[in-house]
Write a protein that binds this ligand. Structure first.
Ligand SMILES: Cc1ncc(COP(=O)(O)O)c(C=O)c1O
Length: 415
Protein backbone atom coordinates (compact mmCIF):
# COMPACT_ATOMS: atom_id res chain seq x y z
CA UNK A 1 0.00 0.00 0.00
CA UNK A 2 1.35 3.47 -0.85
CA UNK A 3 1.65 5.86 2.09
CA UNK A 4 -1.10 8.03 0.60
CA UNK A 5 -3.68 5.18 0.68
CA UNK A 6 -3.33 4.82 4.43
CA UNK A 7 -6.07 6.17 6.67
CA UNK A 8 -4.78 8.70 9.20
CA UNK A 9 -4.94 7.64 12.85
CA UNK A 10 -8.04 8.47 14.86
CA UNK A 11 -5.89 10.09 17.53
CA UNK A 12 -8.82 11.33 19.59
CA UNK A 13 -10.18 7.80 19.97
CA UNK A 14 -6.68 6.46 20.66
CA UNK A 15 -6.15 9.01 23.45
CA UNK A 16 -9.21 7.75 25.31
CA UNK A 17 -7.31 4.58 26.11
CA UNK A 18 -4.63 6.56 27.94
CA UNK A 19 -5.93 8.22 31.14
CA UNK A 20 -2.36 9.25 32.00
CA UNK A 21 -2.49 11.79 29.15
CA UNK A 22 -5.19 13.68 31.08
CA UNK A 23 -2.85 14.39 33.97
CA UNK A 24 -2.13 18.01 34.74
CA UNK A 25 0.96 19.57 36.26
CA UNK A 26 0.70 23.13 37.62
CA UNK A 27 -2.69 23.50 35.91
CA UNK A 28 -1.32 22.50 32.48
CA UNK A 29 -2.26 19.29 30.72
CA UNK A 30 0.61 16.91 30.19
CA UNK A 31 2.21 16.95 26.75
CA UNK A 32 4.12 13.70 26.71
CA UNK A 33 6.94 13.81 24.15
CA UNK A 34 9.35 11.33 25.69
CA UNK A 35 8.18 8.27 23.80
CA UNK A 36 11.56 7.17 22.50
CA UNK A 37 12.44 6.57 26.16
CA UNK A 38 9.16 4.87 27.14
CA UNK A 39 5.70 4.94 25.60
CA UNK A 40 2.51 5.03 27.62
CA UNK A 41 0.40 1.91 28.07
CA UNK A 42 -3.17 1.73 26.74
CA UNK A 43 -6.02 0.46 28.93
CA UNK A 44 -6.30 -2.83 27.07
CA UNK A 45 -2.69 -3.72 27.88
CA UNK A 46 -3.13 -2.59 31.51
CA UNK A 47 -6.33 -4.69 31.64
CA UNK A 48 -4.42 -7.71 30.32
CA UNK A 49 -1.90 -7.32 33.12
CA UNK A 50 -4.64 -6.97 35.76
CA UNK A 51 -6.58 -9.90 34.32
CA UNK A 52 -3.49 -12.08 34.35
CA UNK A 53 -2.81 -11.43 38.03
CA UNK A 54 -6.49 -11.70 38.98
CA UNK A 55 -7.23 -14.90 37.09
CA UNK A 56 -4.25 -16.76 35.63
CA UNK A 57 -1.14 -16.08 37.75
CA UNK A 58 1.02 -19.18 38.23
CA UNK A 59 4.52 -20.31 37.39
CA UNK A 60 4.96 -21.77 33.92
CA UNK A 61 6.37 -24.93 32.34
CA UNK A 62 6.75 -27.00 35.49
CA UNK A 63 3.22 -27.12 36.88
CA UNK A 64 0.75 -29.87 36.20
CA UNK A 65 -2.17 -28.02 37.78
CA UNK A 66 -4.75 -26.22 35.68
CA UNK A 67 -3.66 -22.69 36.48
CA UNK A 68 -0.03 -23.37 35.60
CA UNK A 69 -1.10 -24.98 32.37
CA UNK A 70 -3.20 -21.97 31.43
CA UNK A 71 -0.35 -19.57 32.26
CA UNK A 72 2.10 -21.76 30.31
CA UNK A 73 -0.07 -21.83 27.20
CA UNK A 74 -0.64 -18.08 27.30
CA UNK A 75 3.07 -17.43 27.85
CA UNK A 76 4.20 -19.77 25.10
CA UNK A 77 1.62 -18.44 22.67
CA UNK A 78 2.85 -14.91 23.41
CA UNK A 79 6.12 -15.94 21.75
CA UNK A 80 4.20 -17.02 18.64
CA UNK A 81 2.34 -13.72 18.57
CA UNK A 82 5.55 -11.71 18.79
CA UNK A 83 7.09 -13.89 16.06
CA UNK A 84 4.13 -13.12 13.82
CA UNK A 85 4.40 -9.40 14.59
CA UNK A 86 7.94 -9.25 13.17
CA UNK A 87 7.47 -11.83 10.42
CA UNK A 88 9.53 -14.63 12.00
CA UNK A 89 8.18 -17.75 10.33
CA UNK A 90 10.02 -20.02 12.77
CA UNK A 91 7.52 -19.00 15.47
CA UNK A 92 8.33 -19.27 19.17
CA UNK A 93 11.65 -21.03 18.59
CA UNK A 94 13.07 -17.82 17.19
CA UNK A 95 11.78 -15.54 19.95
CA UNK A 96 13.55 -15.22 23.30
CA UNK A 97 11.99 -13.04 25.97
CA UNK A 98 14.56 -10.98 27.86
CA UNK A 99 14.39 -7.98 30.17
CA UNK A 100 14.95 -5.33 27.48
CA UNK A 101 16.88 -4.53 24.29
CA UNK A 102 20.06 -4.15 26.33
CA UNK A 103 19.80 -7.68 27.67
CA UNK A 104 19.09 -9.01 24.17
CA UNK A 105 22.31 -7.35 22.95
CA UNK A 106 24.25 -8.80 25.88
CA UNK A 107 22.77 -12.24 25.30
CA UNK A 108 24.21 -12.41 21.80
CA UNK A 109 27.46 -10.70 22.75
CA UNK A 110 28.09 -13.18 25.56
CA UNK A 111 26.54 -16.36 24.21
CA UNK A 112 27.82 -15.94 20.66
CA UNK A 113 30.56 -13.27 20.79
CA UNK A 114 32.53 -14.57 23.74
CA UNK A 115 32.71 -18.02 22.16
CA UNK A 116 33.17 -17.09 18.52
CA UNK A 117 35.27 -13.91 18.43
CA UNK A 118 39.04 -13.76 18.67
CA UNK A 119 42.04 -11.68 17.60
CA UNK A 120 41.75 -10.71 13.94
CA UNK A 121 37.94 -10.72 14.01
CA UNK A 122 36.06 -7.47 13.58
CA UNK A 123 32.71 -6.24 14.82
CA UNK A 124 31.38 -3.41 12.66
CA UNK A 125 29.08 -0.90 14.35
CA UNK A 126 27.90 2.57 13.38
CA UNK A 127 28.83 5.87 14.99
CA UNK A 128 25.16 6.29 15.87
CA UNK A 129 24.85 3.13 17.99
CA UNK A 130 23.09 3.31 21.33
CA UNK A 131 25.34 2.39 24.27
CA UNK A 132 23.33 -0.84 24.58
CA UNK A 133 25.10 -2.07 21.49
CA UNK A 134 28.25 0.07 21.43
CA UNK A 135 29.40 -0.59 25.01
CA UNK A 136 28.43 -4.25 24.86
CA UNK A 137 30.41 -5.07 21.71
CA UNK A 138 33.26 -2.79 22.75
CA UNK A 139 33.67 -4.74 25.99
CA UNK A 140 33.25 -8.16 24.36
CA UNK A 141 35.91 -7.16 21.83
CA UNK A 142 38.22 -6.24 24.71
CA UNK A 143 37.65 -9.64 26.30
CA UNK A 144 38.19 -11.60 23.08
CA UNK A 145 40.88 -9.57 21.34
CA UNK A 146 38.53 -8.73 18.46
CA UNK A 147 38.33 -5.16 17.10
CA UNK A 148 35.36 -2.78 16.91
CA UNK A 149 35.09 -0.58 13.83
CA UNK A 150 32.56 2.18 13.22
CA UNK A 151 30.74 3.17 10.04
CA UNK A 152 30.84 6.95 9.82
CA UNK A 153 27.82 9.19 9.98
CA UNK A 154 27.63 11.86 7.27
CA UNK A 155 26.93 15.55 7.86
CA UNK A 156 23.27 14.99 6.95
CA UNK A 157 22.84 12.32 9.63
CA UNK A 158 22.82 9.35 7.25
CA UNK A 159 25.28 6.47 7.22
CA UNK A 160 28.23 6.67 4.85
CA UNK A 161 27.47 3.53 2.86
CA UNK A 162 30.75 3.72 0.92
CA UNK A 163 32.50 3.54 4.25
CA UNK A 164 30.24 0.63 5.24
CA UNK A 165 31.30 -1.27 2.12
CA UNK A 166 34.93 -0.45 2.87
CA UNK A 167 34.76 -1.59 6.50
CA UNK A 168 32.71 -4.76 6.15
CA UNK A 169 35.09 -7.38 4.82
CA UNK A 170 36.29 -10.91 5.28
CA UNK A 171 37.49 -10.20 8.84
CA UNK A 172 34.04 -9.01 9.84
CA UNK A 173 32.24 -11.49 12.05
CA UNK A 174 29.33 -9.32 13.17
CA UNK A 175 27.67 -6.14 11.93
CA UNK A 176 25.57 -4.52 14.65
CA UNK A 177 23.45 -1.59 13.52
CA UNK A 178 20.67 0.51 14.91
CA UNK A 179 17.64 0.44 12.58
CA UNK A 180 16.26 3.87 13.56
CA UNK A 181 18.64 6.13 15.47
CA UNK A 182 17.25 7.21 18.84
CA UNK A 183 19.20 10.47 18.56
CA UNK A 184 19.16 11.39 14.86
CA UNK A 185 15.91 9.75 13.81
CA UNK A 186 17.78 8.36 10.77
CA UNK A 187 16.29 5.22 9.23
CA UNK A 188 19.26 3.04 8.29
CA UNK A 189 19.27 0.78 5.21
CA UNK A 190 19.47 -2.42 7.28
CA UNK A 191 18.50 -4.70 4.42
CA UNK A 192 21.38 -3.39 2.29
CA UNK A 193 23.74 -3.74 5.26
CA UNK A 194 22.52 -7.31 5.77
CA UNK A 195 23.39 -8.12 2.15
CA UNK A 196 26.87 -6.66 2.55
CA UNK A 197 27.41 -8.56 5.83
CA UNK A 198 26.20 -11.84 4.33
CA UNK A 199 28.43 -11.41 1.27
CA UNK A 200 31.30 -11.65 3.75
CA UNK A 201 29.76 -14.48 5.84
CA UNK A 202 29.18 -12.12 8.75
CA UNK A 203 26.05 -11.97 10.87
CA UNK A 204 23.94 -8.84 11.24
CA UNK A 205 22.35 -7.78 14.53
CA UNK A 206 19.65 -5.13 14.14
CA UNK A 207 18.81 -2.91 17.10
CA UNK A 208 15.08 -2.46 16.54
CA UNK A 209 14.33 -0.55 19.76
CA UNK A 210 13.19 2.51 17.77
CA UNK A 211 11.88 0.75 14.67
CA UNK A 212 9.71 -2.17 15.78
CA UNK A 213 7.37 0.14 17.77
CA UNK A 214 6.94 2.60 14.92
CA UNK A 215 7.02 0.94 11.52
CA UNK A 216 6.38 -2.46 9.97
CA UNK A 217 9.48 -4.60 10.53
CA UNK A 218 9.80 -7.97 8.83
CA UNK A 219 12.93 -9.79 9.95
CA UNK A 220 12.90 -12.08 6.94
CA UNK A 221 12.51 -9.26 4.44
CA UNK A 222 15.46 -7.49 6.09
CA UNK A 223 17.30 -10.81 6.43
CA UNK A 224 18.40 -9.96 9.97
CA UNK A 225 20.20 -12.71 11.82
CA UNK A 226 19.26 -11.10 15.13
CA UNK A 227 16.86 -8.32 16.08
CA UNK A 228 16.27 -6.79 19.50
CA UNK A 229 13.55 -4.54 20.90
CA UNK A 230 11.80 -3.54 24.13
CA UNK A 231 8.15 -3.86 25.21
CA UNK A 232 8.09 -0.53 27.05
CA UNK A 233 8.70 1.43 23.84
CA UNK A 234 5.73 -0.13 22.01
CA UNK A 235 2.71 0.32 24.28
CA UNK A 236 3.73 -2.74 26.26
CA UNK A 237 4.97 -3.15 29.82
CA UNK A 238 8.44 -2.55 31.23
CA UNK A 239 10.53 -5.56 32.15
CA UNK A 240 10.34 -7.34 28.80
CA UNK A 241 12.54 -7.26 25.75
CA UNK A 242 12.77 -9.54 22.77
CA UNK A 243 15.63 -11.22 21.01
CA UNK A 244 14.80 -12.62 17.60
CA UNK A 245 17.41 -14.98 16.20
CA UNK A 246 17.43 -17.26 13.18
CA UNK A 247 16.70 -20.74 14.47
CA UNK A 248 19.84 -22.41 13.14
CA UNK A 249 22.04 -19.77 14.79
CA UNK A 250 20.23 -19.91 18.14
CA UNK A 251 20.49 -23.68 18.06
CA UNK A 252 24.26 -23.52 17.79
CA UNK A 253 24.67 -20.88 20.48
CA UNK A 254 25.57 -21.65 24.08
CA UNK A 255 23.10 -20.53 26.75
CA UNK A 256 23.66 -17.10 28.28
CA UNK A 257 22.25 -17.72 31.76
CA UNK A 258 22.23 -21.06 33.53
CA UNK A 259 19.71 -22.43 36.03
CA UNK A 260 16.24 -23.86 36.18
CA UNK A 261 13.84 -24.01 33.22
CA UNK A 262 16.62 -23.89 30.62
CA UNK A 263 17.85 -27.46 31.12
CA UNK A 264 16.91 -30.84 29.80
CA UNK A 265 18.94 -33.36 31.89
CA UNK A 266 21.12 -32.50 34.87
CA UNK A 267 23.58 -34.75 36.71
CA UNK A 268 26.25 -33.83 39.24
CA UNK A 269 28.73 -33.88 36.40
CA UNK A 270 27.00 -32.19 33.48
CA UNK A 271 23.78 -30.78 32.00
CA UNK A 272 22.02 -30.63 28.66
CA UNK A 273 19.84 -27.81 27.41
CA UNK A 274 16.13 -27.43 26.82
CA UNK A 275 14.80 -26.79 23.32
CA UNK A 276 14.46 -23.29 21.85
CA UNK A 277 13.65 -20.72 23.04
CA UNK A 278 13.59 -21.97 26.64
CA UNK A 279 17.32 -22.69 26.55
CA UNK A 280 17.78 -18.92 26.75
CA UNK A 281 15.12 -18.20 29.37
CA UNK A 282 16.68 -19.34 32.66
CA UNK A 283 14.65 -19.16 35.88
CA UNK A 284 11.09 -17.94 36.20
CA UNK A 285 10.58 -15.89 33.04
CA UNK A 286 8.71 -12.65 32.35
CA UNK A 287 5.32 -14.35 32.25
CA UNK A 288 2.85 -11.50 32.69
CA UNK A 289 5.00 -9.10 30.67
CA UNK A 290 5.16 -11.58 27.80
CA UNK A 291 1.40 -12.01 27.72
CA UNK A 292 0.92 -8.24 27.89
CA UNK A 293 3.44 -7.71 25.09
CA UNK A 294 1.40 -10.02 22.87
CA UNK A 295 -1.61 -7.82 23.63
CA UNK A 296 0.43 -4.74 22.70
CA UNK A 297 1.22 -6.41 19.35
CA UNK A 298 -2.53 -6.96 18.78
CA UNK A 299 -3.15 -3.34 19.72
CA UNK A 300 -0.54 -1.96 17.32
CA UNK A 301 -1.67 -4.22 14.49
CA UNK A 302 -5.26 -3.08 15.06
CA UNK A 303 -4.12 0.50 14.56
CA UNK A 304 -1.90 -0.54 11.63
CA UNK A 305 1.88 -0.29 11.55
CA UNK A 306 1.88 1.52 8.20
CA UNK A 307 -0.42 4.16 9.62
CA UNK A 308 1.75 4.48 12.74
CA UNK A 309 4.83 4.97 10.61
CA UNK A 310 3.14 7.70 8.61
CA UNK A 311 1.75 9.43 11.70
CA UNK A 312 5.15 9.55 13.38
CA UNK A 313 6.97 10.78 10.31
CA UNK A 314 4.34 13.49 9.82
CA UNK A 315 4.67 14.71 13.40
CA UNK A 316 8.46 14.70 13.14
CA UNK A 317 8.37 16.65 9.86
CA UNK A 318 5.88 19.13 11.31
CA UNK A 319 8.06 19.58 14.40
CA UNK A 320 11.16 20.23 12.25
CA UNK A 321 9.30 22.86 10.22
CA UNK A 322 8.04 24.62 13.33
CA UNK A 323 11.34 24.45 15.19
CA UNK A 324 13.41 25.69 12.27
CA UNK A 325 11.17 28.73 11.85
CA UNK A 326 13.06 31.01 14.27
CA UNK A 327 16.49 30.16 12.88
CA UNK A 328 18.11 29.66 16.29
CA UNK A 329 17.51 25.93 16.61
CA UNK A 330 19.96 23.35 15.38
CA UNK A 331 18.25 20.10 14.39
CA UNK A 332 20.27 16.89 14.54
CA UNK A 333 19.83 14.24 11.89
CA UNK A 334 18.38 14.24 8.39
CA UNK A 335 16.89 17.48 7.03
CA UNK A 336 13.17 18.16 6.61
CA UNK A 337 11.59 16.01 3.93
CA UNK A 338 13.72 12.92 4.56
CA UNK A 339 11.75 10.14 6.23
CA UNK A 340 12.72 9.62 9.84
CA UNK A 341 11.52 7.87 12.98
CA UNK A 342 9.12 9.83 15.16
CA UNK A 343 11.69 11.92 16.97
CA UNK A 344 13.57 15.17 16.66
CA UNK A 345 16.69 16.07 18.65
CA UNK A 346 17.78 19.67 18.70
CA UNK A 347 19.63 22.44 20.48
CA UNK A 348 18.42 25.98 21.07
CA UNK A 349 21.37 28.37 20.59
CA UNK A 350 23.66 28.17 23.58
CA UNK A 351 20.97 27.01 26.03
CA UNK A 352 21.94 23.70 27.60
CA UNK A 353 19.43 20.98 26.79
CA UNK A 354 18.94 20.25 30.50
CA UNK A 355 17.96 23.88 31.19
CA UNK A 356 15.61 23.83 28.23
CA UNK A 357 13.99 20.63 29.36
CA UNK A 358 13.36 21.92 32.86
CA UNK A 359 11.80 25.11 31.51
CA UNK A 360 9.53 23.03 29.26
CA UNK A 361 8.60 21.00 32.32
CA UNK A 362 7.10 24.19 33.82
CA UNK A 363 4.59 24.04 30.94
CA UNK A 364 4.04 20.29 31.50
CA UNK A 365 5.86 19.49 28.26
CA UNK A 366 7.86 16.32 28.85
CA UNK A 367 10.90 15.87 26.63
CA UNK A 368 14.29 14.23 27.20
CA UNK A 369 17.61 16.02 27.45
CA UNK A 370 21.08 14.56 27.56
CA UNK A 371 23.18 12.33 25.37
CA UNK A 372 20.41 9.75 24.86
CA UNK A 373 22.96 6.97 25.45
CA UNK A 374 24.92 8.05 22.36
CA UNK A 375 27.88 9.88 23.94
CA UNK A 376 30.40 9.19 21.15
CA UNK A 377 27.91 10.48 18.57
CA UNK A 378 27.38 13.69 20.56
CA UNK A 379 31.17 14.05 20.83
CA UNK A 380 31.43 13.73 17.07
CA UNK A 381 28.69 16.32 16.57
CA UNK A 382 30.52 18.61 18.99
CA UNK A 383 27.62 19.07 21.38
CA UNK A 384 27.52 17.87 24.99
CA UNK A 385 23.83 17.08 24.89
CA UNK A 386 20.61 17.62 22.97
CA UNK A 387 16.92 18.01 23.67
CA UNK A 388 14.72 15.31 22.13
CA UNK A 389 10.99 15.38 21.42
CA UNK A 390 9.64 11.97 20.45
CA UNK A 391 6.16 10.99 19.38
CA UNK A 392 3.75 8.09 19.48
CA UNK A 393 0.29 7.15 18.31
CA UNK A 394 -1.50 9.52 20.70
CA UNK A 395 0.47 12.69 19.94
CA UNK A 396 -0.98 15.55 17.92
CA UNK A 397 0.21 18.57 15.95
CA UNK A 398 -1.38 20.73 18.68
CA UNK A 399 1.05 19.16 21.13
CA UNK A 400 3.94 20.02 18.84
CA UNK A 401 2.61 23.60 18.87
CA UNK A 402 2.68 23.55 22.67
CA UNK A 403 6.27 22.38 22.53
CA UNK A 404 7.11 25.28 20.23
CA UNK A 405 5.31 27.77 22.51
CA UNK A 406 7.15 26.45 25.55
CA UNK A 407 10.46 26.80 23.69
CA UNK A 408 9.48 30.37 22.94
CA UNK A 409 9.11 30.98 26.68
CA UNK A 410 12.61 29.61 27.15
CA UNK A 411 13.86 31.86 24.36
CA UNK A 412 12.47 34.94 26.17
CA UNK A 413 14.01 33.83 29.44
CA UNK A 414 17.49 33.42 27.99
CA UNK A 415 17.33 36.48 25.69
C1 LIG B 1 18.13 2.52 19.74
C2 LIG B 1 18.06 1.99 21.14
N1 LIG B 1 18.70 0.86 21.44
C3 LIG B 1 18.66 0.33 22.66
C4 LIG B 1 17.96 0.93 23.67
C5 LIG B 1 17.94 0.30 25.02
O1 LIG B 1 16.64 -0.07 25.37
P1 LIG B 1 16.36 -0.62 26.82
O2 LIG B 1 16.72 0.47 27.78
O3 LIG B 1 14.91 -0.95 26.83
O4 LIG B 1 17.22 -1.81 27.00
C6 LIG B 1 17.29 2.13 23.43
C7 LIG B 1 16.58 2.84 24.50
O5 LIG B 1 16.43 4.02 24.50
C8 LIG B 1 17.33 2.66 22.12
O6 LIG B 1 16.69 3.79 21.81
Amino acid sequence: MGQTDIEPLDVEAIREEYPILQREFGGEQLVYLDNAATTQTPDRVVDTIAHYYRHTNANVHRGLHQLSQEASIAYEEAHDRVAEFIGASGGREEIVFTKNTTESENLVAYAWGLNELGPGDEVVLTEMEHHASLVTWQQICKKTGATCRYIEVEEDGTLDMDHARELIGDDTAMVSVVHVSNTLGTVNPVSELADIAHDHDAYIFVDGAQSVPNRPVDVEAIDADFLAFSGHKMAGPTGIGVLYGKKHILEEMEPYLYGGMMINKVTFEDSTWHELPWKFEAGTPVICQGIALAEACDYLDDIGMDAIRRHENELAQYAIEQLEGEGDIDILGPPAGVERGGLVSFNLNSVHAHDLSSILNDSAVAIRAGDHCTQPLHDKLGVPASARASFYVYNTKEEVDKLVEAIDDARQLFA
